[in-house]
Design a protein around this ligand. Structure first.
Ligand SMILES: N[C@@H](CCC(=O)N[C@@H](CS)C(=O)NCC(=O)O)C(=O)O
Length: 240
């Protein structure tokens, strides 16, 4: 039996923990979870993660752990020789902590406001406002990162870390502009990043890594396009 088992689906943030598992070179198994069949809402899955969300990582002792950024931190800290996380005593650790929290809290959550706005209010009339405010906030939150990267090779300075992997995952939630899905918000297209050259530069470097190349095959763009087609049919219009 493998040391770790990652419950995954191509439409989820299992992507970052998946890359980290590859980067550290540990023994792991993948367990695909069927979203269409609503396996993630089944009683047995809810016993594993009561939120009904992916990813979940089964640890060395069989404990199920959820929260993608928490999983990334756990793995990076448990395998210090991978160099994916500065040690707690390292002067760069504060920056590492800053970004590993900032990205899921501000960036990840804000995409949710844009594609799943109904989850953020009990009043259906609020949907458009939540979505449009989310689109504006995405611009603002990504710019904070891009500005911070002005004079840096990587998020925490001159070394690659798990933060770059997590940020890379968020940059991958974009589809080619040529797809032109009617009514889809602009923020979901890849040309969104033309305004963020520093993020684009780092994402390109992360994409070249062999571990990342291997994992990307599990998360094909076609799946994301299909997802955004469904989102757009539910009328995710351009902000007026
Ligand atoms: N904060 C959680 C969020 C997990 C999450 O929202 N996962 C989504 C996919 S990105 C999910 O499983 N959604 C299933 C659903 O909403 O039914 C994490 O980072 O792991």
């Amino acid at each position: 039996m493998a040391t770790y088992t990652l419950y995954w689906n191509s439409l989820t943030s299992s992507f970052a923990p998946h890359i980290v598992l590859e980067e550290i070179g540990v023994d792991y198994e993948l367990r695909w979870v069927d979203f269409k069949g609503k396996e993630h809402k089944s009683k047995s899955f809810l016993n594993i993660n009561p939120n009904g969300f992916l990813p979940v990582l089964f640890l060395e002792d069989g404990s199920p752990m959820y929260e993608s950024a928490g999983i990334v931190m756990y793995l990076a800290d448990h395998y210090p020789s991978s160099g994916l996380a500065p040690a707690v005593s390292d002067p760069d650790r504060y920056l590492y902590n800053q970004w590993i929290f900032y990205i899921p809290i501000h960036i990840y959550q804000t995409y949710g406001r844009c594609y799943n706005s109904k989850l953020f209010s009990t009043n259906p009339g609020d949907k458009a406002g939540i979505r449009d405010c989310g689109a504006q906030d995405l611009q603002k939150y990504w710019k904070v990162i891009d500005d911070a990267l002005q004079d840096r090779a990587w998020l925490i300075g001159d070394r690659f870390s798990a933060c770059d992997i997590y940020m890379f995952m968020m940059t991958r939630w974009h589809i080619p502009r040529q797809c032109e899905i009617p009514n889809l918000l602009s923020v979901f297209y890849d040309d969104f990043f033309e305004q963020f050259p520093n993020i684009t530069r780092i994402a390109a470097k992360v994409a070249e890594r062999p571990a990342v190349q291997k994992v990307m095959k599990f998360y094909p763009i076609e799946d994301l396009i299909g997802f955004y087609e469904r989102v757009a049919k539910n009328c995710v219009l351009e902000p007026s």
